[in-house]
Design a binder for this molecule. Structure first.
Ligand SMILES: Cc1c2[nH]c(c1CCC(=O)O)Cc1[nH]c(c(CCC(=O)O)c1C)Cc1[nH]c(c(CCC(=O)O)c1C)Cc1[nH]c(c(CCC(=O)O)c1C)C2
Length: 391
């Protein structure tokens, strides 16, 4: 063997050692204790309706394709493999914080990891979005699902991502954990992906109400364990996404969504109370303005709002029972910066500065200018500081 061959082989060997060490990295990941002290708790105080020096702000999908560094990190990598890497999730969660003074971070993951944990195959297809090759078609298909999910085993990668990120965030801002709500997850599991009408999933509600409740209950049980696992791992707040609330009417929402949203909050809170923990919970039921009163009495500290609700009437209808989060139309981020500032000012005047967390009414879109997200954050901070000083 020549000297060059030997050097080459040694190099290959060392790379293999490094790769093996990386794949065993979870052994070296930090544990969920001794977290750095929280320096900015504005978001948590606002969630609890306490006084703050400025209105806290974060954006749904703040870690996303609108950031060139996000596109670079994700390039060529499978979406769900990325979700399964604590290091990758941590990096993607921290990216927006390096650019903007957000008051909270949300762990990079996806709501569809829960159906995966229950035994369903979900793939992220480029240009199409999440796809279930074998969606649920008839009630008998429920037998394919895992009823009792060991969340530590099936979703431990999310918990490890949360623990790592909570350490790496260095107490800058709180870290939000999340889950999809039962109805939204059920609709994906039956539709097999995104849909305009959600008619396949809604057919179940009208043709198979009992099986629908059975599935919603199964999902609720997993979600409760999953959210508790996220808190044990280091999540400091929790958001439940009922993104498909708007395709239900008020009666169907009351029967197939609201009871499960309530059950999740009650069971998570009861368990946390036993452990002496108090973690604010946010419910975001998109387009469910018809259910605002009920949502404000469903045991969540914060109700997230989409942009179809007027801030002042949202305050009136929720009667000061909860903090509110939202709700600038994401498309307002296409406006020039001065206009964004004016829109933010009006929004703050409508909501008031107490018990309020500024956010968009839904996620940031991939074609939005990072600079305009910066302008949104700055406008919230600047205007709210002035308003609070004048009180
Ligand atoms: C950035 C991203 C995510 N998911 C998807 C993407 C884009 C794809 C990519 O980057 O490759 C695919 C991805 N995942 C999903 C979709 C929507 C598909 C559809 O119904 O059309 C897409 C494109 C499903 C999903 N996934 C999520 C929801 C609820 C929020 C909402 O209403 O948008 C939903 C509905 C939650 C979610 N998803 C994600 C986060 C964490 C990042 C952050 O918010 O900063 C969160 C909280 C991350």
């Amino acid at each position: 063997m020549s000297k060059n061959d030997l050097i080459l082989q040694t190099g290959v060997f060392l790379n293999q050692v490094r790769e093996n060490t990386d794949s065993n990295m979870k052994c070296f990941l930090p544990s969920p204790k001794d977290f750095p002290q929280l320096k900015n708790d504005t978001f948590l105080r606002a969630a609890r309706g306490e006084e703050t020096e400025h209105v806290p702000v974060w954006c749904m999908r703040q870690a996303g394709r609108y950031l060139p560094e996000f596109r670079e990190s994700r390039a060529g990598k499978d979406f769900f493999e990325t979700c399964q890497s604590p290091e990758a999730c941590c990096e993607l969660t921290l990216q927006p914080l390096r650019r903007f003074p957000f008051d909270a971070a949300i762990i990079f993951s996806d709501i569809l990891v829960v159906p995966q944990a229950m035994g369903m195959d979900v793939q992220m297809v480029a240009g199409k979005g999440p796809t279930f090759p074998e969606p649920l078609k008839e009630p008998e298909d429920l037998q394919r699902l895992q009823v009792k999910v060991d969340t530590d085993k099936e979703l431990g990668y999310v918990f490890r991502a949360i623990t790592l990120t909570r350490h790496k965030i260095e107490g800058k801002v709180p870290l939000i954990g999340f889950s999809g709500a039962p109805w939204t997850l059920m609709s994906y599991m039956i539709e097999g992906g995104g849909s305009n009408t959600h008619s396949k999933a809604k057919r179940w509600l009208y043709q198979h109400p009992e099986a629908s409740h059975m599935l919603l209950k199964m999902l609720t049980d997993v979600i409760v364990e999953y959210l508790l696992g996220q808190v044990a791992a280091g999540a400091q707040a929790l958001q439940v996404f009922e993104s498909h609330a708007g395709i239900l009417g008020p009666a169907e929402f009351k029967e197939f969504s609201l009871p499960y949203l309530r059950d999740i909050a009650c069971r998570v809170k009861d368990k946390l109370k036993e452990a002496g923990q108090d973690v604010p919970m946010i419910v975001f039921a998109k387009d469910a303005h018809y259910a605002l009163e009920e949502l404000s009495q469903s045991n969540y500290e914060v109700v997230g709002l989409d942009w179809t609700i007027d801030p002042l009437s949202a305050r009136e209808r929720t009667g000061g029972k909860v903090s509110l989060q939202g709700n600038m139309d994401p498309c307002a981020l296409y406006a020039p910066k001065e206009r964004i500032s004016d829109i933010v000012k009006k929004m703050l005047e409508g909501f008031g500065t107490r018990g309020y967390i500024a956010n968009l009414g839904h996620g940031v879109y991939p074609d939005m200018e990072p600079e305009n997200i910066g302008a949104f954050v700055e406008a919230v901070h600047q205007h709210s500081k002035q308003m609070i000083k004048q009180i």
